[in-house]
Design a binder for this molecule. Structure first.
Ligand SMILES: NC(=O)c1ccc[n+]([C@@H]2O[C@H](COP(=O)([O-])OP(=O)(O)OC[C@H]3O[C@@H](n4cnc5c(N)ncnc54)[C@H](OP(=O)(O)O)[C@@H]3O)[C@@H](O)[C@H]2O)c1
Length: 284
């Protein structure tokens, strides 16, 4: 059985700790949080391990997860080095979506292999997360030896790991933010416009929900260009002008920018003339 220690026993740390124990292949060794009470709570949730108060007391483990806030990763890594905690051959990894494994680079001096393993999952509540985690895709990048060990770890906890090239994390994380967060913002924009048009509040979920779910299913199965419908891909310039005439001023830049992007996406489905007229309108 291999050992896992966890620094930062919040939502991600305690969820991955419990999944590791449940796999029967990993043993949680030590847990450390900002507050001792938090590490004790995590132990109760994980069902195994020892709560330690200081980094210097962390026992050596095969894997060391730094599931601390992104801004604390570099300083915790430096503190691990200063306290001589990391043993040669140990794998140290963080779970941030935007930071590279390289933020842990100083630990290589102590013989550690470093990586990042980012689960594309929202860990709002650890108990629910444990139930729902199976099949979660995890972006993996870093040192080759660390990635090999984390492939096994990810598979053991039911994740689907995939490799990311070094330098790709910021764009990868921006992609997830656009897909998840901006979808919410666009829904809010659509709700405001529907209200402006006089649609009853109670009808909004059904009206927009069925349309959005249909579009999402189409784009995921057919790809963006084939799934595109609506006035822009039809070349209905007058309809787009009507939208712009009623759109609140604060939504104009977003609508125009997304419109331009939609013209580009429509590509050859639009005549050259329609493309030019639409772009002139959207950029006007
Ligand atoms: N939440 C998500 O949905 C999600 C998804 C994917 C990836 N991630 C990544 O996972 C990592 C952890 O996020 P999280 O949501 O689990 O955060 P969180 O719930 O806020 O937990 C952070 C933990 O780190 C501890 N901590 C803070 N500073 C520390 C320090 N200097 N030394 C030791 N422990 C320290 C905190 O202690 P206390 O408990 O005492 O405050 C807490 O236990 C981040 O890199 C995040 O980007 C999060």
């Amino acid at each position: 059985m291999q050992g896992l220690s966890i620094v930062g026993t919040g939502r991600v740390g305690r969820t991955l700790g419990r999944l590791a124990v449940a796999s029967g292949k990993w043993q949680v060794v030590d847990c450390l949080a900002g507050r001792h009470a938090s590490a004790l709570e995590a132990l109760a949730f994980i069902g195994q391990g020892r709560a330690v108060d200081e980094l210097k007391d962390l026992a050596a483990a095969d894997l060391l997860l730094l599931s601390v806030p992104d801004d604390a990763i570099a300083s915790v890594a430096q503190a691990l080095l200063d306290n001589d905690v990391v043993r040669p051959g140990c794998v140290v990894f963080h779970a941030s979506g935007a930071a590279e494994a390289e933020v842990l680079a100083p630990l290589r001096a102590a013989g550690a292999h470093v990586a990042s393993l980012h689960p594309a999952f929202s860990f709002a509540d650890p108990a629910r997360a444990v139930e729902q985690f199976a099949g979660t895709m995890c972006a993996l990048e870093g040192d080759a030896a660390a990635c090999v060990a984390l492939q096994d770890f990810a598979a053991a906890i039911g994740a689907r790991p995939f490799a990311l090239a070094p330098g790709g994390k910021a764009a990868y994380h921006a992609a997830l933010s656009v897909a998840s967060n901006y979808l919410v913002t666009l829904t809010d924009m659509a709700r405001q416009l529907a209200r402006q048009g006089g649609v009853d509040e109670q009808l909004l979920p059904a009206l927009l929900g069925s349309l959005m779910q249909g579009s999402l299913a189409n784009v995921l199965s057919m790809g963006p260009q084939a799934a595109l419908t609506g006035p822009i891909v039809r070349g209905d310039v007058a309809t787009v002008a009507r939208h712009l005439a009623v759109l609140p001023a604060n939504w104009q830049p977003a609508y125009r920018a997304l419109g331009e992007r939609t013209v580009a996406l429509a590509g050859e489905r639009l005549s050259a003339d329609a493309q030019q007229r639409l772009l002139a309108l959207l950029q006007g």
